[in-house]
Design a protein around this ligand. Structure first.
Ligand code: SAM
Length: 293
């Protein structure tokens, strides 16, 4: 390992700084060389669960004093962290798994440390979010990260209604006991036709990636109890309305172009649909010269 960690030594690691360090989301080998170097270098580790982190770090031969920074004490723990930064310590912030601040403690600590004027140095690494997206494909090229939805059906439905028209793919985190119910709620509110990637137990022994439509999701999960076990990321295709509208505009323009010149067809289509005349003109121009496409 030493020859790898040498690679990380070329960089300056200032004292009196907070290092945000991503840790594995399952497979203990998914930690970066720089993360190991920094975890070995820091004076103290601010950890979501100090016991979990101590166990993880023991696997890499690292042992450090720690401060618990979890969702119920993040503000007050931040004051302790800032006290140590004032003494010139380097502190690493880690969560139980993946990247701190992503559906995990860390963000409030970052706010407080920045406000106190100390540098924050992020180290990239594992996250269930990017791991699932990297295997989703081109339909998830732009995305909105939602994380966990509200547990109560009414609140969840209200939350989902605000997302219905967004063209970006949506990324959710979910726990095993709610997975079927959540996929059903997604299908009910967003419509059954959208693509869904069910990414389960990423980087672990029972990793599985299954792509289907939202309508097919609940049945696929119900067919085998094993498919409902473990940790989940759900990636759902964005709304297709823009595309549908463009198709409808093209169909209208094509009909009008049979009788009218481009500018008249665009003007008429704009007054019929309320869409932008310039956009329709550009569309009509292209439709009238298909051989140049
Ligand atoms: N900070 C973490 C990250 O960067 O991904 C997320 C922490 S959040 C408390 C835990 C949730 O992330 C799980 O309930 C699950 O939805 C998702 N998750 C974490 N590890 C996962 C894995 N190995 N496979 C699938 N989903 C995972």
């Amino acid at each position: 390992m030493t020859q790898f960690t040498d690679l990380a030594q070329g960089q300056h690691y200032p004292a009196g700084a907070l290092y945000i360090v991503a840790t594995p989301i399952g497979n203990v080998a998914d930690i970066t060389v720089r993360a190991l170097h920094v975890l070995g270098l820091v004076d103290r580790i601010a950890a979501e669960d100090t016991r979990n982190t101590a166990q993880l770090l023991a696997r890499y031969g690292i042992s450090k004093p720690s401060i618990a920074v979890h969702e119920h004490n993040e503000r007050s723990a931040a004051e302790r962290v800032i006290g140590h930064l004032r003494n010139g310590e380097r502190i690493a912030c880690v969560s139980d798994a993946g990247t701190p601040g992503i559906s995990d403690p860390g963000a409030k600590l970052v706010d407080a440390v920045r406000e106190a004027g100390f540098p924050i140095i992020p180290l990239p690494g594992a996250s269930a979010l990017t791991t699932a997206l990297s295997a989703a494909g081109s339909w998830a090229g732009t995305f909105t990260f939602i994380g966990f939805l509200a547990a109560k059906p009414k609140q969840r439905a209200a939350q989902l209604r605000t997302l219905v028209h967004g063209p970006s793919a949506l990324v959710f985190y979910e726990a095993p006991h709610r997975i079927v119910e959540t996929v059903q709620a997604l299908a009910d509110t967003l419509g059954g036709e959208r693509q869904l990637l069910i990414a389960r137990e990423l980087t672990k022994l029972h990793e599985s990636l299954h792509q289907c439509t939202l309508a097919e999701g609940p049945t696929w999960l119900a067919e085998d109890a094993n498919r409902q076990r473990g940790e989940f990321v759900l990636v759902v295709e964005g709304a297709r309305e823009q595309e549908d509208a463009e198709d409808a505009h093209d169909a209208l323009l094509a009909t009008l172009l049979e009788e009218l010149p481009v500018s008249s067809a665009a003007r008429l289509a704009a007054s019929l649909t309320g869409a932008s005349r310039n956009t329709l003109y550009a569309r009509a121009l292209r439709l009238s010269k298909p051989e140049e496409e």
